[in-house]
Write a protein that binds this ligand. Structure first.
Ligand SMILES: Nc1ncnc2c1ncn2[C@@H]1O[C@H](COP(=O)(O)OP(=O)(O)OP(=O)(O)O)[C@@H](O)[C@H]1O
Ligand SMILES: [Mg+2]
Length: 134
């Protein structure tokens, strides 16, 4: 099963795309029972938010929208999140941990994802992808 939405590279655009994607995903996932343990939904929502925010903040190109795409396998156990933006000349850079308020997004991605990476997107731009197993 797959889902995809284009969004303007603004805070609001990223926010709306993430919520639309969350609603799509919720229709395929079984209910989660333990309210105290971070759920697959919590983890994947955070990852979508971080990637979409980065596309809006760091990947914006005038006149180009970004894309958030989800692919869920048949058993609903593996989710691929892909966020494509128009900037091929700037890539995610993992900062070493500091006291700084920003620069933590990719550290979270690294910690929470089963795998992640970046690939070029033709004719211009890149796709940041994250794989999550339930
Ligand atoms: N989609 C992107 N396009 C271009 N550069 C990116 C992209 N995503 C991340 N980067 C670069 O990688 C750096 C680290 O990203 P990260 O998400 O960890 O931190 P941040 O966005 O600066 O702050 P935070 O996510 O904590 O609010 C960014 O400062 C930016 O330079
Ligand atoms: Mg960020």
């Amino acid at each position: 099963m797959s889902f995809s939405t284009l969004f303007p590279t603004t805070r609001r655009g990223a926010h709306t795309a993430r919520h639309t994607a969350e609603r799509w995903l919720a229709t395929y996932l079984p209910p989660e029972r333990d309210p105290l343990t971070p759920s697959f939904t919590d983890t994947t929502s955070l990852l979508m938010a971080k990637l979409a925010a980065n596309a809006a903040l760091h990947g914006r190109v005038l006149g180009r929208r970004a894309r958030l795409a989800l692919t869920l396998d048949e058993s609903a156990k593996v989710l691929l999140i892909e966020v494509t933006d128009g900037r091929g000349d700037r890539l995610p850079i993992q900062h070493p941990p500091t006291e700084s308020e920003s620069g933590r997004g990719l550290l979270l991605v690294e910690a929470l994802a089963d795998d992640w990476g970046v690939r070029p997107h033709h004719p211009g731009g890149k796709t940041v992808w994250v794989l999550c197993r339930r």
